[in-house]
Ligand binder design. Structure first.
Ligand code: 5AD
Ligand code: SF4
Length: 482
């Protein structure tokens, strides 16, 4: 090749965990090309934005970053700007016209094309792009530059064929496509060997795993969970996102029986009104959803439930919203992501009449958030006075003298370490499994030391609606439900 490759890169990721996972693969490819990651855009020869198109807010945030990229490129014109992910796919024409400083556009099904496009761009001097409509190569097959630590994401499927009326995902991520179980098992075994204790299986609709026509593997989602539990040593398995209409009796059984499966389910409800659910094309009624939750709770009594809710969907009346509030209050969520409906060009709902005025939607949002917080606080307070087993992830976000981890039920627990050793890990992204969190023995009557990647016994002493606070009791020998 006649031209020089960029030497450093900066990646900024927007949106969901799938995008975070894809960014690890993008970074892996760039490292494979000989580039070094940097933390600041100003220090990078290549700036990459991995974008999200789920709501309008994500668009506006990206535009701010692209403004910065334009300034940086003016300073150093050989800098390369790449926009990858869902917005690159859905807005390619407008990007091509309105953002001439963007060198490469890369849809989410075309990530593997990045090295080729970088070289093409360098050689031809023209901007380049790739926008496959379907998944032919999973991003999980690309090299990975993973953040060190005991947690890892594992892509099991991608795409969605549900076409909920508000949602852009099927248009940008293409139809459902599932990875072969053997590949997933091999990846998880490799992660376990590297010290990973907890995996989160990722897909836009994980419980449709293996259900698409033409799937070359065999087995469904609960079969995959069973194989992961029996054929790999991984201690904790989570997965997201599940669609209520696809929660099978086999999945409920798996949740109840399989030891590594954590007692947590993210089960987006979106609305409590049957009229709205139908207009959203969700495929269940509020009564179906409640009955499903009852079956889940009967099978897994400690189950923690989280959800997504949209307010202000076109035509949503006060009565519809009251049904949502009532559902949130009666289901008893551990937490929820709450969204104001945002029309997405190309979706069915974008053409629906009866938009809900912004002030009405904002007011509903405030009331919904208050209901979610009440419920989350109540659920969290039930942990106070109990011992929980926490997988230690690193220093806590706000206080460096504290450490953070999660229970099997997905509760964030911050806990103080009585005597912090000098060799405590830095508060950044770079902690290593096994780095010392300090000795807890003196203040804890002989309790063992605990390190990042260990399971710790923590006595829960306080709760807010968002987190638990506790005191380290010592190392836990094995993971247990908390
Ligand atoms: N407007 C608002 N929220 C949306 N979501 C998806 N599309 C939209 C939209 N157009 C929310 C849903 C989904 C979550 C990931 O984002 O609640 O579950
Ligand atoms: Fe979007 Fe519905 Fe698919 Fe979820 S299930 S990604 S909300 S279309």
């Amino acid at each position: 090749m006649s031209v020089c490759l960029p030497e450093t890169f900066y990646i900024r990721t927007f949106g969901c965990q799938m995008n975070e996972h894809d960014s690890e693969r993008i970074a892996g490819m760039l490292v494979g090309m000989g580039m070094q990651p940097v933390e600041q855009p100003g220090a990078a020869d290549l700036l990459l934005y991995n974008t999200c198109s789920i709501r309008e807010k994500a668009d506006t945030r990206l535009l701010g970053h692209l403004g910065e990229a334009r300034r940086l490129k003016r300073e150093q014109p050989e800098r390369m700007v790449v926009v990858a992910g869902c917005l690159a796919q859905s807005r390619r024409e407008s990007f091509q016209q309105e953002q001439p400083h963007v060198d490469i556009l890369l849809g989410p099904q075309s990530l593997h094309e990045l090295p080729r496009l970088i070289e093409e761009r360098l050689e031809s001097g023209r901007s380049a792009g790739a926008f496959a409509e379907e998944t032919t190569r999973f991003s999980a097959e690309l090299p990975r530059a993973r953040r060190q630590g005991p947690l890892a994401w594992v892509q099991i499927m991608t795409g969605c064929t549900n076409y909920c009326s508000y949602c852009i995902v099927p248009y940008v991520r293409g139809p459902e496509a599932s990875r072969a179980a053997e590949d997933i098992l091999a990846e998880v075994r490799g992660l376990a060997e590297q010290g990973v204790h907890e995996i989160t299986l990722l897909g836009q609709n994980v419980n449709a795993y293996g259900a698409e026509p033409g799937f070359r593997g065999k087995g469904d989602f609960s079969g995959l969970l069973r194989r992961l539990s029996e054929e790999t040593p991984i201690e904790r398995i989570r997965f997201m996102t599940s669609h209520p209409k696809d929660v099978s009796p086999g999945l409920i059984e798996a949740l109840a029986e399989l030891e590594p499966l954590c007692e947590h389910l993210h089960l987006p409800v979106q609305s409590g009104s049957d009229r709205v659910l139908e207009a959203m094309r969700r495929g269940y009624t509020s009564a179906d959803y409640r009955a499903l939750v009852e079956r889940l709770r009967a099978a897994v009594p400690d189950l923690s439930l989280t959800t997504d809710v949209i307010v202000g969907f076109p035509g949503e009346t006060e009565k519809d919203f009251a049904a949502t509030l009532e559902l949130v209050e009666t289901v008893g969520y551990d937490s929820a992501f709450t969204f104001i409906y945002s029309p997405r060009t190309g979706t069915r709902a974008a053409a629906f009449a009866d938009a809900v005025p912004a002030d009405v939607a904002n007011d509903r949002m405030t009331r919904l958030v208050a209901a979610v917080q009440r419920s989350a606080l109540e659920r969290n307070q039930a942990y106070v006075g109990r011992e929980a087993v926490v997988l230690v992830e690193g220093p806590s976000r706000n206080r460096e003298s504290e450490f953070t981890g999660r229970t099997r039920t997905f509760k964030t627990v911050n806990f103080a370490v009585p005597h912090k050793a000098e060799a405590a890990p830095p508060p950044s992204e770079s902690f290593e499994p096994g780095s010392s969190l300090g000795s807890a023995s003196a203040a804890n009557g002989g309790a063992a030391d605990v390190s990042v990647g260990d399971f710790a016994r923590v006595l829960i002493e306080g709760a807010t609606s968002a987190t638990l606070r506790g005191r380290l009791l010592g190392a836990a020998r094995a993971d247990r439900a908390a």
